[in-house]
Design a protein around this ligand. Structure first.
Ligand SMILES: NC(=O)c1ccc[n+]([C@@H]2O[C@H](COP(=O)([O-])OP(=O)(O)OC[C@H]3O[C@@H](n4cnc5c(N)ncnc54)[C@H](O)[C@@H]3O)[C@@H](O)[C@H]2O)c1
Length: 254
């Protein structure tokens, strides 16, 4: 028996899709046959590269820009995505950033608000804007990218951890509210996965992180993209409101 994930005829939007984990998600969803909107906030060249690599592999993709600190941009991204491809039935809310680091009480509320705008508000607004298209397409998958930092609460990352924890709550609430419409809402929580923004890093640091996982090695962007692909697929049609940790089992040993 062979089982393949086939998303042909379905359209996906991946926020923050021009680099890091998001770029891997765009490529894998396109490989499975989905037409993909690669959202980016800055550096159009990077988005263009992802789109071109999908085209070279025989897939379909377009790029759409938007700064999610501006709510109007979020709504415009949803409108442009639908104008270019039609109903978006797979939404991956991946955009996010650890932009506020420091002791919780020194960060100030604007730092918290900035991270909430990226991680929580944009996901809420996009889900609201795209849900009618999911109903029309009779297929709806919302996948939110959380973080294991919402479990371990690392020092100096209060704004990020709080926003990701709120995002987990939004995921579960939307799963309950949208379930009767056939729209599933799930999440993927990466552990530390090296991407471009981390630079080359130091080997001892990376080995120490790897040693903290039962699997004994670091993860790669495709590990996260694989979990997203599964949740986006018909195989996951009876799964909603769950979180998949992609962290080599580090949740077991802290
Ligand atoms: N890589 C990891 O170790 C790791 C671990 C846990 C969680 N995550 C989560 O995975 C997701 C992707 O992170 P990544 O590691 O690939 O980092 P990244 O910095 O490469 O990706 C973040 C994406 O967010 C987008 N973004 C940033 N500011 C934005 C804005 N103002 N408006 C719209 N989009 C904006 C960027 O364009 C970028 O594509 C994030 O939500 C992050 O919190 C990553």
């Amino acid at each position: 028996m062979s089982v393949a994930i086939d998303l042909s005829g379905k359209n996906a939007l991946v926020t923050g899709g021009s680099r890091g984990l998001g770029a891997a998600m765009c490529r894998l969803l396109a490989e499975a046959g989905a037409a993909v909107v690669v959202h980016y906030s800055s550096a159009p060249d990077r988005a263009k590269k992802v789109v071109e690599s999908i085209h070279r592999a025989g897939g379909r993709a377009v790029a759409v820009q938007g700064d999610f600190h501006r709510p109007d941009d979020v709504d415009r991204v949803a409108a442009e995505a639908q104008a270019q491809l039609g109903n978006i039935s797979i939404l991956v809310n991946n955009a996010g950033r650890e932009e506020a680091l420091g002791p919780a009480l020194e960060l100030g509320w604007p730092a918290f608000q900035g991270i909430f705008e990226l991680n929580v508000r944009s996901a809420y607004l996009l889900t609201r804007a795209l849900a009618p298209g999911m109903r029309r397409a009779k297929y709806g998958r919302v996948i939110n990218i959380l973080s294991m930092a919402a479990h371990g609460y690392p020092k100096n990352m209060a704004a990020y951890s709080t926003a990701k924890t709120a995002f987990a709550g939004l995921t579960r609430s939307l799963a309950v509210d949208l379930g009767s419409e056939g729209i599933t809402v799930n999440s993927v929580s990466p552990g530390w996965i090296p991407v471009e923004r981390h630079g080359p890093g130091t080997l001892p640091g990376r080995l120490a992180t790897a040693a903290r996982t039962p699997l004994g090695h670091l993860g790669a962007p495709d590990d996260v993209a694989g979990a997203v692909l599964y949740l986006a697929s018909p195989l996951a049609g009876f799964i909603t409101g769950v979180e998949i940790p992609v962290c080599g089992g580090s949740q077991l040993i802290g």
